[in-house]
Design a protein around this ligand. Structure first.
Ligand code: 4AD
Ligand code: MG
Length: 465
């Protein structure tokens, strides 16, 4: 092989005029090989784009025998001339001069032979599914969205704040945490009263994987002003829905001096920014998903961009649901924690656009939310999306030391002196929210199951790969 700098398939296809007539060097995986006795065509993909590069092999130059190992899934290195394509379906192709085979993929064993495997089947081979068009598209969009998150906050002057994954605090109070311990499970040390003796555990206390970085995020915001976190969070609920993962990524901005209105404005601007970024930067991938899975995808994304989110109190939302005449699986009344069917009715049937629901009953929300003057509701905000339901949960935080302390006592919570210090020293009004990253990826890709928008999903009874 000659010493030519390698180009990606994306490089070559996105600026053919720059490279046409030149000798190029490409490497990738064979999607298909077909042809006749005179000429063979390889569709080459290297992951840089959903599009394949056509490689043309003249059988006067390459023996049929030497091409035998070049089957679907094998990996190759090609040098040749980039020319305008005579065939339909591509603008340029490579007329191969040299071919090197890196690795074969025995057709009798390689599972990704034919197109159109079901998403369920692909979930069973999650270690290989990134090689399909669908998962390539989803994973490139996921990357673009992650970049957009950082860009959005960085451009606004927010600081990326790293919160711990192992923690002794249960932020949301839901209690479904994965415990982290090095105690011997077959011989657990007990105290005199028969309880587990965590003083002998690795951290000297009962530790778990975090469900949210918010509490530490508040410490960051009350020092740096505006921060955001973006990291994995863990929930041990036995939820087997297409919207829940046991390990998911969450983005949690936290802002000093923001009240609930500012919080809502930021949430709406943030989601729209991410969607617009994906539309601008992932055109081919979104178009592919639109064409193959969800013909309404692009229209839905543009619709969200061009409409204001509805802002509505929980109380008014429940009233609409009660008066809807709709038969719901779960009953709806003031005080109930809304189910996904209720949220989606408001968004998809009633308002037909995203809704920010505010001022929920305190009983169904976390301890840290700011109490309203009515003493019954808290300054919460959930952003509800078509197809998804809740995509963001957030609130203004209770900044009064006394009120927060009283609420924690009411809920029989353990004291967290380090957290209470934010209210003790220079307390300020502040707000924040959490966006479930996979739910955003779900919305932008139009996929139906959250297990298909993260490379290696974790859910009950599944921790393979
Ligand atoms: O509503 P949640 O539980 O809120 C919090 O954790 C707050 N501490 C956030 C904050 O105010 N800083 O979770 C926030 C979002 C949800 O709206 C949802 O999008 C996502 O996280 N989420 C999940 N995503 C996937 N799988 C799960 N099991 C999820 N649970 C929550
Ligand atoms: Mg929530």
């Amino acid at each position: 092989m000659k010493d030519i700098r390698r180009k990606t398939v994306k490089d070559l296809l996105s600026s053919p005029e720059k490279y046409a007539g030149q000798e190029v060097d490409v490497k990738g995986w064979v999607r298909t090989r077909r042809g006749n006795k005179n000429v063979q065509f390889i569709a080459l993909n290297d992951g840089s784009t959903i599009n394949n590069l056509q490689i043309v092999l003249d059988l006067e130059k390459f023996s049929e025998e030497s091409l035998k190992p070049v089957t679907t899934g094998s990996s190759i290195h090609v040098q040749g001339l980039l020319v305008e394509s005579q065939g339909k379906g591509q603008s340029v192709e490579v007329q191969a001069n040299e071919l090197e085979i890196y690795g074969t993929a025995d057709p009798a064993e390689y599972p990704l032979q034919k197109k159109g495997h079901s998403l369920e089947f692909l979930r069973e081979i999650a270690h290989l599914r990134p090689r399909t068009n669908t998962f390539g598209a989803v994973l490139r969009i996921r990357h673009a969205l992650a970049y957009a998150v950082h860009k959005f906050f960085n451009d606004k002057g927010f600081y990326y704040f790293h919160t711990p994954l192992i923690t002794e605090s249960d932020c949301e109070g839901a209690g479904a945490m994965f415990q982290v311990t090095t105690l011997p499970l077959n011989n657990i040390p007990l105290t005199e009263t028969g309880e587990v003796d965590y003083s002998q555990d690795f951290f000297g206390g009962q530790a778990a994987l975090t469900v949210s970085g918010q509490l530490e995020g508040e410490l960051g915001a009350t020092a740096l002003g505006c921060i955001y976190t973006f990291g994995p969070t863990f929930r041990a609920e036995n939820s087997n829905t297409p919207r829940h993962l046991s390990e998911f990524w969450m983005i949690e901005p936290e802002m000093a001096f923001y009240e609930i209105q500012d919080n809502m404005d930021l949430a709406e601007e943030f989601i729209k920014y991410c969607i617009a970024y994906a539309l601008d930067n992932c055109k081919d991938d979104i178009q592919f998903l639109n064409d193959h899975f969800d013909k309404g995808l692009i229209e839905r994304l543009n619709f969200v961009l061009s409409n204001d989110f509805v802002r509505l109190s929980y109380t008014d939302g429940v009233k609409i649901l009660e008066e809807s005449g709709q038969k719901f699986e779960f009953p709806v009344y003031w005080g109930v924690d809304l189910a996904s069917e209720h949220e989606r009715y408001l968004v998809e049937k009633h308002f037909k656009r995203p809704v920010i629901l505010t001022d929920y009953p305190k009983e169904i929300k976390a301890f840290y939310m700011k109490m309203n003057d009515d003493g019954k509701t808290v300054r919460a905000m959930d952003v509800l999306f078509p197809q998804i339901g809740e995509i963001i949960g957030g609130s203004q935080r209770e900044e009064s030391y006394e009120k927060l302390r009283a609420r924690m006592e009411e809920l029989n919570m353990q004291d967290m002196p380090w957290y209470m210090d934010t209210r003790k020293f220079g307390s300020v009004p502040h707000s924040g929210f959490g966006l479930g990253f996979e739910r955003l990826v779900l919305f932008v890709t139009g996929m139906q199951n959250i297990r298909d928008v993260i490379p290696f999903p974790r859910y009950p009874k599944n921790c393979t790969f």
